[in-house]
Design a protein around this ligand. Sequence first.
Ligand code: AMP
Length: 420
Amino acid sequence: MLVSFTENPLDDALLRAIDACGYTVPTDIQRAAIPAALSGSDIFASAQTGTGKTAAFVIPALQRLTQPTETRGRGPRVLILTPTRELANQVTESVRNLGRFLRVRSATVVGGVAYPPQLRLLERPLDLLVATPGRLIDHMENRRADLSRVEILVLDEADRMLDLGFIDAVRSIAAATPSKRQTLLFSATLEGRVLAIAADLLRNPVEIRLSKAEDRHIGIDQCVHQADDLAHKERLLDHWLSQTELTQALIFTATKRDADRLAQTLAARGHSTAALHGDLPQRDRNRIMERMRMQHLRLLVATDVAARGLDIRTLSHVINYDLPMVAEDYIHRIGRTGRAGATGTAISFVGPGDWARLAGIERLTGARLTREIIPGLEPRQQEPRRFSGAKGKPSPHGRHRSAAPASRSRPRGTGRSPRV
Ligand code: AMP
């Protein structure tokens, strides 16, 4: 385990870049994964987004690239697979930042953008390639991608890649790399199908399980509001948007159409809002993300796929306007706030048909989420008995509450899910 980055045999240029990124102390996942990866071991790690997992594999990958290779060819020496374009872009940015003082020839190959520029990138000699599996397979089928030099294969958010149906693609890609490669697998969960792919692709991996589900997202204050219907959800949302401590929020809806509709409604009410979903061209998505990062937008209404990999440090709130279909997505969603040690608030609206879904989330996180009731916005219905362990209690979030952050205004020790 390393206590500081300098305790690792890292290249000076890499240490300078780590410093320039403002990373003074390694995060838990970095403490565990960097030495293991530098020693050449395969890694099977559970790590949520927001834990610093990207740098945990980018740093050892870049370190490898500081050493010369004997192998001839022009294909990448490091291949990083991610489930979505957003995550690929985020990883690319991390490579750029951490590799800024190194000579790393990197490229990113994702779907939804034109082929010719990617073909030009793949024709040149490469050190590092970040790719989504579908597009990379396309290039492999057209013999444009040479993976014969890959020394390190990273599978980022492996569970999501499998959820999105990339299992065969991931296997084919791995099969096209040398079998003596090093493989680093990161996943939110280390169960189910991820175990099977790990058994196939990893050799004697160092297993890193940092925390139990209920310990994740330290620093995120979570609560749920029972919502009778859509109109009630809108009023609850209005309440939260009127809070001054809500500086920037990511609002999740179930479908793309809902995202568009809600974004239009919010914009019509004078909120600076955009919608982000898979139907938007990549260029528009990038532009919207940039506007969020620059804080030109206060609200972003998004679907799950679009929001994967988003890294907006200024997000104060995540609002689940609709609960996710899959419980694990709850963890991914709320991990968009409270990043890199900041605090955040996650609010979920539970509609009449959502109780079983909420129970699934609570089983996964191992904690009962606080039911909050806002005076004047009480639900008409009672929570179904078989799901309710306790009655909702009045919320301190009055309509005209002061600017004190939500996390601090809730009485300590009374909530059942304080800052899990
Ligand atoms: P990730 O989990 O990789 O999405 O990273 C979450 C955020 O933490 C990103 O904004 C990183 O830039 C930031 N980060 C990563 N490592 C560190 C570190 N050691 N110290 C502070 N921030 C970090």
